[in-house]
Design a protein around this ligand. Structure first.
Ligand code: ZN
Length: 194
């Protein structure tokens, strides 16, 4: 169903890029309607109250594509285009969400009441700037078959190859395991060229 199946890896800006799945082989849009954007923001940041319209949806998708282009350029060692930079910088210049201390002592993130979507996108853009400016060599493309999601490896060893071990790492390991098992079942291979 359209809009179902959001996934989150813990970096807000990359999580937004994850709303277009299978980008390299069969692009699947998860932000189809304004209600999808509402659900994404409510899940990724905090409950969004107030209207979400087609203009907001277009803004979010434009920001997503700018972040994706900028991240790919950074991974490939190319400069980020001025077009991508200006979209990210424009969004980042809006007032960001703020934090409040609740009665029970916990912190709650609030979107700006007068511009909730703009403040949510500002948070995403600010996260993207932090990620791109760090240039720590840990921004990568998932090696899972057909996956192509971007992720940031925050692990201590820094050798992650998948967006998620459960989703892609296991799939690759399982495929390799099946190949080995099939090889064993087929017996010793005879090379026809010898
Ligand atoms: Zn993956």
């Amino acid at each position: 169903m359209a809009g179902d199946g959001f996934q989150f890896g813990g970096r807000l800006s990359l999580d937004l890029t994850w709303t277009l799945r299978y980008r390299a082989v069969a692009p699947t849009e998860l932000l189809v309607a304004p209600s999808d954007l509402r659900r994404w923001i409510s899940t990724a940041i905090t409950t969004l109250r107030g209207p979400v319209d087609d203009g907001h949806l277009a803004d979010a998708i434009e920001l997503r594509e700018a972040i994706h282009a900028a991240a790919r350029a950074t991974i490939d060692g190319r400069p980020v285009t001025s077009g991508a930079r200006s979209v990210i910088n424009d969004r980042a210049s809006a007032p960001t969400p703020y934090v409040q201390l609740d009665r029970n002592g916990s912190a709650t993130v609030r979107l700006r009441a007068d511009s909730p979507v703009e403040s949510a996108l500002a948070a995403v853009a600010v996260d993207a700037i932090g990620l791109l400016a760090a240039e720590d060599g840990r921004l990568r493309v998932c090696e899972g078959p057909a996956c192509s999601l971007l992720f940031h490896d925050g692990s201590r060893p820094g050798r992650r190859r998948w967006c998620s071990t459960e989703r892609c790492g296991n799939r690759v390991n399982l495929a390799a395991h099946r190949r080995r098992a099939a090889d064993r079942a087929a017996g010793p291979r005879i090379d026809p060229t010898t």
